[in-house]
Design a protein around this ligand. Structure first.
Ligand SMILES: Nc1ncnc2c1ncn2[C@@H]1O[C@H](COP(=O)(O)OP(=O)(O)OP(=O)(O)O)[C@@H](O)[C@H]1O
Ligand SMILES: [Mg+2]
Length: 286
């Protein structure tokens, strides 16, 4: 059975559920302790391309513009958001709700790693349990008033991304990829999945695109020439950012200080932050 099909939308043009407007949508309503204007997910069909880094930088960029921002770490088995922000406190409870942990810039974060006795304890759960944990991060967390909730997705197009697309009221999706040939296929899979679920795609981000030679400034393309621009063009989507490999970004992330990162990627990230900020009610609908 095609799980993205919705019985209410079947006769419409796409034959799929548009979670933004469909009466038969399985989207979970926000709880009374949460008032969130926009939910934006960051996704890739591929692992290790920089989804969590881009999620974190996008959240920081929006917070620096004065918005109230939260991050829902939907990567239950490989969460990296607490590490990037150096968070160690356990979430507290209040009135039967879980309270997010605050970063130094005031970002509100929920991640499964914050609940584990040790940060390197593995989470060995099957798909349905992973999905219900992500749903609980929506239904049981008192997010308060937020302008943006950024959802950092796990790699791939499996159970959890499907749950996020079907259960959370996503206002937009940012697709991250590295430049390799494989990216074309991976980006296409992600775009197709979002389209089937009726989630608007804001655009693509190419990460680790090139290295800048510290001696002569030449751009070196360790993964070959880019295929992401081509994928963006082919799918009629904007390429919102092309980010270099920046060792400082990796170092700051490892040190839990991504909020202090001021490096070269920022100038390239502005269009992404702007696209999220300026998206209209429906985003770029495909
Ligand atoms: N532009 C960059 N320059 C240098 N290092 C980077 C860059 N982007 C990401 N990294 C590093 O690459 C590694 C993987 O990044 P990240 O965790 O953000 O990827 P991911 O797509 O979320 O991975 P996963 O699929 O495991 O969730 C991290 O160590 C991160 O610091
Ligand atoms: Mg990640």
């Amino acid at each position: 059975m095609d799980e993205t099909k919705c019985t209410t939308c079947n006769d419409k043009d796409t034959g799929r559920c548009n979670t933004q407007s469909c009466a038969g949508s399985t989207t979970l309503p926000p709880n009374p302790a949460s008032d969130i204007k926009q939910v934006i997910a960051v996704m890739s069909g591929k692992g290790g391309v920089g989804k969590s880094s881009v999620s974190a930088l996008l959240a920081v960029g929006l917070a620096r513009r004065g918005f109230k921002v939260g991050i829902l770490d939907a990567d239950i088995t490989g969460p990296s958001i607490p590490k990037l922000f150096g968070l160690v406190d356990r979430p507290e409870q209040f009135n039967n709700y879980i309270l997010p942990v605050k970063t130094s810039l005031g970002l509100q974060v929920i991640s499964l790693n914050l609940f584990l006795p040790q940060e390197d304890d593995p989470v060995i759960w099957r798909g349905p349990i992973l999905s219900s944990a992500v749903k609980q991060f929506w239904t049981d967390v008192a997010w308060g008033k937020l302008d943006y909730l950024i959802v950092d997705m796990p790699p791939g197009t499996g159970d959890v991304p499907l749950t996020v697309m079907q259960s959370l009221p996503l206002g937009g999706l940012v697709v991250v990829s590295s430049p390799q040939d494989l990216a074309m296929m991976v980006v296409s899979k992600t775009i197709k999945m979002a389209r089937q679920a009726g989630v608007p795609i804001l655009g693509l981000v190419e990460n680790m695109s090139y290295l800048v030679c510290p001696h002569c400034g030449e751009h070196i393309h360790p993964f070959g020439s880019s295929h992401v621009r081509e994928a963006a063009g082919r799918n009629g989507l904007p390429l919102l950012a092309v980010l270099p490999v920046d060792p400082v970004l990796a170092e700051m992330g490892d040190a839990g200080r991504i909020e202090d990162y001021q490096g070269v990627s920022w100038q390239h990230l502005e269009p992404l932050v702007e696209a999220v900020e300026k998206r209209d009610e429906r985003g770029i609908v495909l």
